[in-house]
Design a protein around this ligand. Structure first.
Ligand SMILES: [Zn+2]
Length: 253
């Protein structure tokens, strides 16, 4: 199988795709280039620095079955092109017969796990850690490392852990994280809209931990930004205020 690519941008994503194609042709029982039916997807574009609509440029679909016919799985690999700036990304989406959810009519839907290269990174995104406790900084470091290594399941689990750390650190009470997040709202640390979003991060984190399902990169960046809001409001802003007051009291005494 041979691909002729335009020579401009996206050499690395195309190389990822080419490597996946060569590897999967060897490893999977079937792996074929598929006809495109105008597939579109919202993905975070590193060049545009925001989620944009991407159009599929190439797609390969493969499947494997074990010899006894007990287990099966598959993989779809894509080249997507950003509709706004033409940057290309490689997306690999896989499933297997051991990971599924039951649909309302009793049928089983395979859970797909997805990787996106180059890893979506908001360039100006970093957590200000001027007034955050060391334990939280360690967790944030692990979060950013797993995200940069394109590990969506680990990243999803880390996001939940960080919400849990912050809730406990801000003295929210409850036997479960669900109740602690509600308590964050009761204590006026967050508003109702934020409460709903933190509950979503918690639910995704549970799926990440128990079902090996990661959030999409757009969801990961959204969860990071709401965590950043609470860190700014409840750690950095009060920390800055305290140090300004201490300096002023020292100078004006
Ligand atoms: Zn773009």
């Amino acid at each position: 199988m041979e691909f002729i690519w335009a020579k401009e941008a996206g050499a690395s994503a195309r190389l990822d795709f080419q490597v996946a194609v060569e590897f999967n042709q060897l490893m999977l029982n079937s792996y074929k280039l598929e006809e495109l039916k105008n597939e579109r997807r919202q993905l975070f574009c590193n060049a545009c620095q925001r989620p944009t609509i991407h159009v599929a440029e190439a797609k390969c679909v493969g499947r494997w079955d074990d010899e006894e016919g007990m287990f099966s799985g598959g993989q779809s690999d894509y080249i997507f092109r950003c509709g706004a700036c033409d940057e290309v990304s490689f997306v690999s989406s896989s499933w297997d017969s051991e990971n599924y959810v039951d649909d309302y009519d009793g049928s089983q839907i395979a859970i797909r796990s997805e990787k996106h290269f180059p890893v979506p990174i908001a360039k100006d995104f970093s957590f200000n850690q001027d007034h955050t406790p060391k334990k939280l900084n360690d967790l944030l470091h692990e979060l950013m490392s797993s995200h940069a290594a394109s590990l969506p399941i680990a990243t999803t689990v880390m996001l939940r852990l960080i919400v849990e750390f912050i809730a406990s650190d801000l003295n929210c009470k409850g036997r479960s994280l669900k109740i602690k997040i509600d308590d964050m709202k009761t204590l006026n640390l967050i508003d109702e809209e934020q409460r709903k979003l933190f509950q979503k991060v918690r639910e995704h984190g549970n799926s990440g931990a128990h079902g090996a399902i990661g959030m999409s990169s757009v969801q990961i960046l959204a969860a990071m930004s709401i965590i950043n809001l609470i860190i700014e409001k409840h750690y950095n802003a009060p920390g800055r205020e305290k140090s300004i007051m201490l300096n002023a009291q020292e100078a004006l005494k």
